[in-house]
Design a binder for this molecule. Structure first.
Ligand code: CTP
Ligand code: MG
Length: 361
């Protein structure tokens, strides 16, 4: 290729990437929840907390998931966790049943208690109204302290580099919902799983990294096992974000668009799905090493193989594969979508907005 053509291609690529970054910002900003929506959700949390306290006076109701980690989209559901600070407390199954009855009597929510689920929860929903045009969906769980901690970890990652991390995560959440690959019940991946894939990519794949590994940074003070362990899992991570912002300056200067293009390329082509485990704590691990192999000799009555098609290690609960619900077909569809996205972006249409619309079709 002659130098002028090369230069022109380079200029057109630079133009597309700059245009795409701007489009991505504009696109996600209009999908953020409004201050009114956030205020209504906080009112709902307070109301529910007040009601729960009539059953368990020493309880607190805390938000986790997207409402608390900075990755919330308009109309995303509310994940709430009830913590009970006293020693003598009701069993979760009884609490779920009693709370279900109480909310049925005292509120306008549609209530569905699931006392015998693997993790007992109460599911609530509210019909749309003028103030809340899309209604509210909410799950209340109990004593899920690890989920509160992993929410705080994701929030800290979002705060280290708010623009690039939040834009990428929010875009991927919308994209995966629009492309219908965000349903663990149907064999694809939860939002939590996609967020971990983004963080894994920014910490361990990009060189120089965009984010530091918060779980492996040296602590400022000596820490003891009692301070840092929860249910036997190490939940320590560097959470002094003010200090981190002063000290951490990524040498990676890529734009959101460049990172997103590379993200899709990496997960369509380069990630070792057959043998690899994505761990934000420890980098790329081997399925063998974790005992998560998808070994073809496994008995067909043993669904272990199906469970470990895609492997993403939970940051704290390290024996838990966050993507264990992803089936063979689900993974095939997800990888197909990563490839499609790569293709759409590689075509670099005249205007980036066209690529974005096609991506989320
Ligand atoms: N979670 C978990 N293990 C999973 C899925 C979820 O521990 N396999 C916990 C995490 O604490 C996560 C929270 O549940 O932050 C909510 O998960 P999810 O609904 O997937 O993510 P959100 O960020 O809330 O996304 P959305 O807005 O789509 O609800
Ligand atoms: Mg959620």
């Amino acid at each position: 290729i002659s130098p002028p053509i090369q230069q022109r291609r380079h200029a057109s690529k630079q133009h597309f990437v700059a245009d795409l970054s701007q489009c991505l910002f504009d696109f996600v900003i209009q999908l953020l929840p409004t201050p009114e929506e956030m205020a209504v959700k906080e009112d709902v949390r307070k109301l529910l907390e007040r009601l729960i306290r009539t059953i368990e006076p020493d309880s607190r109701l805390l938000s986790f998931g997207s409402t608390a980690n900075g990755f919330s989209l308009r109309n995303s559901d509310m994940d709430l966790c009830c913590l009970i600070d006293s020693q003598e407390r009701l069993a979760a199954t009884d609490l779920v049943t009693m709370l279900g009855d109480l909310l049925e009597r005292e509120t306008k929510f549609h209530v569905k208690p699931l006392p015998h689920a693997r993790i007992p929860i109460v599911k609530l929903s509210l019909d749309p109204s003028p103030g809340l045009p899309l209604g509210i969906a909410c799950d209340i769980g109990f004593e899920n302290r690890l989920a509160l901690e992993n929410t705080r970890l994701l929030m800290c990652y979002a705060m280290v580099d708010p623009t690039r991390v939040r834009t990428m995560v929010l875009f991927l959440k919308v994209w995966s919902k629009r492309r219908k690959i965000n349903s663990p019940y149907k064999g694809t991946l939860s939002s939590y799983g996609y967020v971990l894939l983004v963080i894994y990519f920014l910490v361990h794949v990009k060189n120089p990294p965009v984010l530091p590994n918060l779980q492996q940074m040296p602590p400022l003070r000596p820490i003891t096992k009692e301070d840092t362990h929860l249910n036997g899992y190490n939940t320590w991570f560097f959470d002094d974000i003010e200090l981190l912002r002063q000290r951490w300056h990524s040498e990676n200067t890529e734009t959101v668009a460049e990172l997103l293009i590379d993200f899709f390329r990496y997960y369509s082509r380069d990630f070792s799905y057959n043998t690899g485990v994505a761990s934000i704590r420890a980098g790329l691990l081997k399925k063998d090493f974790k005992g998560w192999q998808n070994d073809l000799s496994a008995s067909r009555y043993n669904d272990a193989r199906e469970r470990n098609r895609l492997c993403i290690e939970d940051p704290f609960e390290t024996d838990y594969n966050v993507s264990r619900c992803v089936t063979k077909d689900g993974l095939y569809t997800i990888r197909g979508e990563f490839m499609r996205a790569s293709r759409v972006l590689a075509a670099r249409p005249e205007r980036a907005i066209i690529a974005l619309a096609e991506l989320c079709e």
